[in-house]
Design a protein around this ligand. Structure first.
Ligand code: NAD
Length: 512
């Protein structure tokens, strides 16, 4: 489903949120459909094949079906957006900002419904969904504000009669590929600044969340008066994403997702000399020094590990705790984990919802089983009923164990003993990832020394790692990303190119 004209295209099934059971094939992120010729694909679509089945993650209920964008749809979207982008780029920027502000009004009007859809499609608890909608409004308002910021510099020049300017120009079409864990927010944080800076946008949401991560944007932008053709939602899996990345009409790719997919996308984009922003996974350390406020660190640590079932790139994965605090920290964390409720967040007031799918839940089982076999100690949790995984504390975790080396992406807090501040910093750095880190200590100078020694794109002192503010540059280093950051501070750089322009009223004379 795409913006106005393509919306009516017979190949796109309307999403139905009626709970009606239909026997549709279910596709997951990595089950790319076999490539068909356009004629075969068209015939298959008429037979009702090639649809994404949208499910409530807690109950498995069928929420609707969404068409998968094939190459002809990506082509059509690129064609329409390329045309529409020209006049959008020429619009006075403040008028682009006005459309984004109207988008926020539309979001606020539908906030409760959007949050419900987030709860059902992602399995997140209501509080997280409400937070995501509110945070999205903030992201879009900040993007709108970019439209009234200066867009260039009057430069120095050594030549009389030359006016020399550096000005920002739009990139053209930006392809945005997003994950399922915070689908509304992570789409908005790229789509809104890309539009603000005068670009057209093609959004490819994760197949787990095609409605709250994709189709809803088409409706809201239509309501906000975005010019037709400028923005398209192209649902599908990795194959649709790959079509977007490879399309010569797409001039930049903004990707948020796993390191594995980011490497593949980065390789293709690099080959095509295409700008690519990669916001990837994390394996984020929380360092607790021996003089930390223990109760404060425990509350923060539990939140950082278990919020949204630990399925956040910024999740506090590894707790690196000084020997002096170690036993008390583990027992305190276990007490908090055991008190948490797990269940269906749509029908009950719980603190943790389901894991996104069986593949991801089975991966948590593997990480736990293998780490325990290698000597880690299961303190609490570790069991699950279907997708409902109990918050888990795993102690005595060492480098070399999957619970230390891998991004867990589930509610498992892995705790490792450190014998000194230097040891703690060195354990924190014992990873290829470099997204977020946290240090707890009552001695701020000491905490800063440890924080300075940690290699990460984000570091917090006396707070946990799951912090999101549009004003703070969010991005990672190493396997966590290629150095692009999302924020008010950096978005204009991310979604524009600099152009050097000179102007003279007379043509200068040259020797030949
Ligand atoms: P994923 O990489 O499998 O999927 C993310 C998106 O990429 C989906 O839309 C998917 O269809 C698409 N995709 C997958 N392979 C592709 C390919 N080869 N070409 C084009 N598109 C492709 O991610 P996931 O495992 O479902 O999501 C969780 C991951 O996202 C975690 O690693 C998490 O840390 C990361 N994440 C990072 C941030 C951040 O800001 N750094 C934020 C949220 C999530």
């Amino acid at each position: 489903l795409t913006h106005p004209e393509l919306r009516a295209h017979p190949l796109f099934a309307s999403p139905t949120v009626d709970g009606e059971e239909k026997s549709m094939p279910t596709l997951h992120a990595n089950d790319a459909p076999v490539q068909k010729t356009p004629q075969e694909a068209y015939a298959a679509r008429l037979r009702g094949e090639g649809l994404l089945d949208v499910q409530d993650k807690a109950s498995g209920a069928h929420l609707g079906s969404v068409g998968i964008a094939l190459d002809e749809h990506v082509d059509a979207a690129v064609g329409a957006a390329t045309q529409a982008q020209v006049s959008w780029a020429h619009l006075p920027p403040v008028m682009r900002g006005d459309v984004l502000r109207k988008f926020v009004v539309a979001v606020e009007r539908s906030a409760a419904d959007i949050a419900t859809q987030i709860v059902r499609e992602t399995g997140s608890i209501r509080a997280k969904a409400d937070w995501e909608v509110a945070m999205t409004c903030r992201e879009v308002l900040e993007a709108a504000a970019l439209c009234s910021a200066p867009s260039g510099h009057l430069l120095a020049t050594a030549v009389v009669g030359r006016e020399s300017v550096a000005r920002r120009i739009p990139i053209g079409l930006v392809g945005v590929i997003t994950p399922w864990n915070s689908p509304f927010l992570l789409a908005a944080r790229a789509v809104a600044p890309a539009l603000a800076m005068g670009n057209g946008v093609l959004l490819k949401p994760d197949p787990n969340t095609p409605i709250c991560g994709g189709l809803w944007f088409a409706d809201l932008f239509e309501e906000a008066g975005l010019p037709a053709g400028l923005f398209h939602v192209l649902p599908g899996g990795a194959q649709t994403g790959d079509l977007l990345v490879r399309h010569p009409g797409v001039k930049m790719v903004s990707f948020t997702g796993s390191t594995r997919a980011g490497r593949a996308i980065g390789a293709t984009a690099g080959q095509m000399l295409k700008r690519v922003s990669l916001e990837l996974g994390g394996n984020n350390p929380v360092v607790v020094l021996d003089d930390a406020d223990l109760e404060g660190a425990l509350a923060a640590g539990a939140w950082g590990s278990f919020f949204h079932q630990g399925q956040i790139c910024l999740t506090s994965g590894r707790h690196i705790v000084d020997s002096a605090m170690y036993d008390n920290y583990i027992s305190g964390l276990a007490k908090r984990a055991q008190a948490l409720t797990v269940g269906d967040p749509y029908t009950s007031d719980v603190q943790l919802g389901p894991i996104i799918n069986e593949r991801q839940a089975a991966n948590l089982d593997r990480i736990l089983t293998k780490s325990v076999a290698m000597g880690a100690r299961l303190v609490c949790g570790g069991e699950r009923e279907g997708l409902f995984f109990r918050p888990t504390v795993l102690a005595d975790v060492q480098p070399g164990m999957p619970a230390f080396d891998e991004e867990i992406f589930g509610p498992i807090a892995a705790v490792t003993r450190a014998v000194s501040d230097e040891d703690a910093a060195s354990l924190a750095n014992c990873t290829d990832y470099g997204l977020a880190a946290a240090v707890f200590s009552r001695d701020i100078a000491r905490a800063r020394r440890v924080a300075d020694a940690i290699h990460a794109g984000i570091v917090h002192i006396n707070d946990q790692t799951v912090l999101h503010e549009v004003f703070g540059p969010i991005g990672g280093v190493g396997s966590s990303g290629n150095g692009f950051n999302h924020s008010t501070l950096t978005n204009a750089d991310q979604f524009t190119e600099w152009q050097w322009m000179t102007v003279r009223t007379d043509v200068p004379s040259y020797p030949f």
